[in-house]
Design a protein around this ligand. Sequence first.
Ligand code: 5GP
Length: 194
Amino acid sequence: MNEKLIIFSAPSGAGKTTIVRHLLSKYADQLAFSISACTRQPRENEVDGKDYYFISQEDFLHKIAQKEFVEFEEVYAGTYYGTLRSEIERIWAGQKAVMFDIDVIGGLHLKNKFKEKALAIFVQPPSLEVLSKRLFGRGTDTIDKLNERIEKAKKELEYADQFDVILENDNLEKACERAEQLIENFLFDRNNES
Ligand code: 5GP
């Protein structure tokens, strides 16, 4: 397979992680998840080296200086996230396309860098109200953190047009089906966009 990348970006709470997980299990032979490095603490159930490489800020800054990241960002104040060059190379070496679950600005950086090698998909939540409800329902963050995520989401919705595709997620099952079509068209070079 050619060296390809599939980027899923969205405000947090839009459902992108669920869609990404679905695709990774359906296309396990074709796709592998790009594990980002980040400096936040793991949540319950999160595993180092599977969900993220959880590293210290010092280590992160060192890797920036060593130019080990293809993109990185201070996604929330004091919390860094980034994609390691070695991660993309690891996945391509295994003859798979790289799957990203990444914030909106990071997603656009990758698209601009990799151009037609990359398919950039923006997952659009039905509304800010639904997004807020989903985030509060998750119960994994403090109120301050939640408000920060919601403020960030408002700004991120403005970038949707810059992606190759906007995937609406008001119904998860339909969104997953549409995502499957998009991925198949892109991976197998089909032009019959439907
Ligand atoms: P969370 O803390 O909820 O896991 O992630 C916060 C945000 O950071 C999400 O939008 C997630 O997609 C994004 N993110 C995860 N990895 C990366 C990365 O490598 N680079 C960038 N720019 N954002 C990332």
